[in-house]
Design a protein around this ligand. Structure first.
Ligand code: NAD
Length: 503
């Protein structure tokens, strides 16, 4: 199937991806895939108003009934997994198994959210007053505005919307302007699930989920709208710096999932075979375009040279090519700006004393309008300015350490705080790494790499990564408002803290 046929099969009419002003190109070969309508700020404002009207009804639907809609959405995803994954590959350049993995994450979070729809619980708390009971409830919050990045074009929406919908919220989505087609397909599958839900006799308002394509200006109209109770924004730290203060200025809630600069520490006791595999996927999988990509290896001086030599040999063997052809592991960068950013980082690394292997343009003859790059490995003398910067490309910097304290200090000495890992067979080192004085990241792993998180845990990071948590554990609480209720079932009116106010 070509892209148009794929989109039609996923329920997107041709009129939705032809004739618009937003040109969509495949990073695989630069070919035009579609021309999508770009929403205006006024259209975004109207969408938020519709979403708010829908929220006023949806919040009254019992949560397990809301969960049934998400269950049906999960069924649509299961039935359409291969087609949606293929579209992810065509539009975002992910190799087939990673495109499929992304859709699997959507399915997994739907399953999680369905179970959660019967567990949105608060506490019962002992009251200090006789004949009183205290409790807390989690109630629906409002409209959730979702802003997403190009590199997880469909999963990020699902992480947010599956939880938001069971929480009783409604969603408005502003996807990346680089990946509008996968967004249209995701929305079309949702619309199908909603139709089935209504056909089965469930009441549901229209506009539970809406998708509006466009760039930052459309996003800003959402960010500034007072009826968007929560803005969940995934993307660069630059974007978060623009969005966070605007939402705070109107006292809205923000959930920020921003850039990472993730490191793996490899200690003398580590299983090097395991470490090499973990680092290779972490650094070069998805062509280095994951927020959790391994960007730094911090290796003990006793094993550094052997580890780095093995990594460099394996790096040079990774097969670069079209992500939809079997056997290729490294697909293209998303666009020329990304390739230029990679070259600028490598130049800076050389100037700062780095020794670069790889990193040149690849397959330029076969794909003159696409941007493939050889994965790069850079031996750095120390953690210089360029190493502290997130370059969204397959560059792995390697560094040496002498003591574990020094390794942890290097690992933490960057502005970002998303994911981290240690490879060690020493339980003391592993525990020290995860302790309060260890890794300062939201994710700290032992003997697995930095990327590829499961949906069951809360996902997100500290410092310039933004502090948000999405997906599993109790991340659902961000999508609800908490009320504390004190009920007096006595015939007296005692005041708290023993205060007297008698007439
Ligand atoms: P980006 O910041 O360029 O764009 C992300 C989204 O923000 C897009 O939809 C864009 O249109 C929108 N946007 C940009 N400026 C805006 C503004 N002022 N107001 C409202 N919306 C605005 O990021 P990208 O290049 O698409 O993605 C790569 C970045 O995303 C990397 O830094 C990566 O680490 C990060 N990322 C983080 C996570 C995470 O969970 N922490 C996940 C994926 C990607």
């Amino acid at each position: 199937m070509n892209t148009s046929e794929l989109l039609n099969a996923l329920g997107v009419p041709s009129s939705a991806f032809t004739g618009g002003s937003l040109t969509v190109r495949s990073p695989i070969d630069g070919a035009q895939l579609g021309a999508v309508h770009e929403a205006t700020a006024a259209e975004m404002t109207a969408a938020v108003e519709r979403a708010h009207a829908a929220f006023l009804q949806w919040r009254n639907v019992p949560a397990p009934k809301r969960g049934e809609l998400v269950r049906l959405y999960g069924e649509e995803l299961r039935a359409n997994k291969a087609n949606l994954a293929r579209l992810v590959s065509l539009e975002a350049g992910k190799v087939t198994s990673e495109g499929e993995g992304e859709v699997q994450e959507m399915i997994d979070i739907c399953d999680f959210a369905v179970g959660l729809s019967r567990q949105l619980h608060g506490l019962t708390i002992a009251s200090e007053r006789p004949g009183h009971r205290m409790m807390e409830q989690y109630l629906p919050l409002g409209v959730v505005g979702i802003i997403s990045a190009f590199n997880f074009p469909v999963a990020v929406w699902a992480w947010n919307s599956a939880l938001a919908l069971v929480a009783g919220d409604t969603c408005v989505w502003k996807p990346s302007e680089k990946t509008p087609l996968t967004a249209l397909a995701t929305q079309a599958l949702f619309d199908k699930a909603l139709q089935r839900y209504i056909a089965a006799g469930h009441a549901a308002p229209a506009h539970l989920s809406q998708t509006l394509n466009g760039g930052a200006a459309v996003g800003e109209a959402m960010v500034d709208h007072p009826k968007v109770a929560l803005v969940s924004a995934t993307g660069s730290t630059r974007m978060g710096r623009a969005v966070g203060p605007r939402v705070a200025a109107r006292f809205g809630r923000c959930l920020l999932e921003l850039g990472g600069n993730n490191a793996i520490i490899v200690t003398p006791s580590a299983d090097l075979d395991l470490a090499v595999r973990g680092i290779l996927f972490g650094a070069y999988g998805t062509a280095g375009q994951r927020c959790t990509t391994t960007r730094r290896v911090i290796a003990h001086e006793s094993i550094h040279d052997e580890l780095v030599a093995r990594l460099d040999r394996a790096r040079a063997q990774l097969k670069i090519g079209s992500p939809v052809e079997p056997g290729n592991l490294i697909g293209p960068l998303i666009d020329k700006a990304s390739f230029d950013g990679m070259q600028a980082a490598l130049k800076a690394a050389r100037e700062q004393g780095g020794e670069v292997s790889g990193g040149d343009r690849a397959l330029a003859d076969t794909y003159p309008n696409a941007w493939y790059a050889q994965p790069a490995l850079v031996r750095m003398p120390s953690q210089t300015a360029i190493v502290k910067h997130e370059t969204f490309a397959p560059i792995l910097y390697t560094l040496k350490y002498k003591t574990l304290d020094e390794a942890i200090a290097i690992q933490n000495d960057v502005p970002q705080g998303l994911s981290s890992a240690i490879f060690t067979n020493d339980v003391r080192e592993a525990e020290a790494f995860m302790a309060a004085s260890g890794s300062d990241c939201g994710i700290a792993n032992v003997n697995i790499g930095t990327s590829g998180a499961e949906i069951g845990g809360a996902f997100g990071g500290e410092k310039e990564t933004g502090g948000g948590r999405e997906s599993g554990s109790d991340a659902w609480k961000a999508y609800m408002r908490r009320t504390t209720n004190t009920v007096n079932y006595s015939r007296e009116l005692p005041l708290a803290q023993g205060v007297k106010f008698d007439i």
